[in-house]
Design a protein around this ligand. Structure first.
Ligand code: MLT
Length: 329
């Protein structure tokens, strides 16, 4: 079939080397992008992933000469929104910005209509954000040890806000309950943005959320900080102990964020997006804005399709082990 069409194209004098009618997309790839691009964030607006996405989208819009428009689609820990990108046309006009959660969806949602490890083409890593365990500001316990005692005393009475199964706020809760034996009443939201509003408002007892969403609330005394989830303390909250040093041995969790495109996105388009991401993440103004959010972009080497491929596949393998048997039935 292809051969016949090629002969036809040549006959019609349209064929010139690689750019024949048959590869019209090649021409389109050259002109990419020629309309706005949708960057889907599978979490509510105003939350940590949305904040990172808007920062990167603005810089990439300026570079690509077309608006990169954020669309928020929270729910089911982000697995629903990610599914929309998995099903989208692989033409470079629909992208996914999310995080480590995507690597857990296969284990936690065995009946998903897409395979997270096969449904996306990598564009690049963006940033890696630590999390903090925070309580409403009038929560009785003064520190982590007292918090775990208080939680043990409460049974399952304490409410713990997450962005749904598979969200990093949920993964943190799972680790905490596994490691300490405390019980929590999980309250799922469409993102930790709205959950934070309830925590600040005192309707929620506890959360484990990214510093891009907690550091400013901690500094403002709106929430009570207990611990950070990374192995090392973090510069922005130097006095906050790690869970590791607070006795929760081996606790090490951060939210690496990345950009993906639907599987089958033409290589020239993927490379153009990756180059635009690298340019954005090395732009001093963007770096400054990340710093204002108490985080930093990954290095340009990490903002590549290859680096994300490696990280993503190794994380899928890690979480499949860690979450074995934890999936929805
Ligand atoms: C968000 O932006 O709401 C968070 O990234 C969700 C989560 O906790 O994973």
């Amino acid at each position: 079939m292809k051969r016949v069409l090629l002969t036809l194209a040549v006959a019609l004098g349209l064929a010139t080397g690689a750019t024949t009618m048959l590869s019209r997309p090649a021409v389109a790839q050259g002109a990419y992008p020629n309309r706005p691009i949708t960057m889907l964030v599978p979490a509510a607006a105003g939350g940590p992933s949305d904040t990172v996405a808007r920062l990167v989208a603005e810089a990439m819009s300026a570079d690509l000469g077309q608006r990169v428009v954020i669309e928020n689609a929270g729910g089911a820990g982000g697995s629903l929104g990610a599914g929309r990108v998995a099903k989208a046309a692989p033409d470079g006009y629909t992208l996914l910005l999310y995080h480590i959660g995507v690597a857990t969806f296969g284990a936690l949602y065995p009946n998903l209509p897409y395979k997270p490890g096969e449904a996306f083409d990598s564009v690049g890593l963006v940033t890696e954000v630590p999390l903090t365990v925070v309580g409403r500001k009038d929560l009785p316990p003064a520190d982590v040890a007292a918090l775990f005692d208080w939680l043990k005393g409460k049974g399952a009475g304490a409410t713990f806000g997450t962005a749904g199964v598979g969200a990093v706020s949920d993964l943190c809760g799972r680790f905490l309950t596994d490691a300490t034996g405390v019980k929590l009443t999980v309250v799922p939201y469409r993102g930790t943005g709205p959950a934070m509003n309830d925590l600040v408002g005192g309707q929620l007892d506890l959360m484990c959320d990214q510093t891009t969403n907690t550091a400013n609330q901690i500094e403002a005394g709106q929430v009570k900080p207990y611990a950070v989830t990374t192995r090392e303390r973090i510069k922005v909250l130097p006095n906050l102990p790690t869970l590791e040093e607070s006795g929760v041995k081996g606790f090490d969790l951060s939210a690496w964020h990345a950009i993906w495109a639907p599987k089958g996105t033409p290589e020239p388009i993927r490379q153009k997006l990756a180059a635009s991401l690298q340019k954005a993440l090395t732009d001093p103004r963007v770096i400054e804005r990340f710093a204002a959010l108490d985080t930093a972009p990954v290095s340009a080497e990490m903002a590549t399709p290859t680096a994300l491929d490696e990280r993503f596949q190794s994380e899928i393998a890690r979480w499949n082990k860690l979450l074995a048997g934890a999936g929805e039935k």
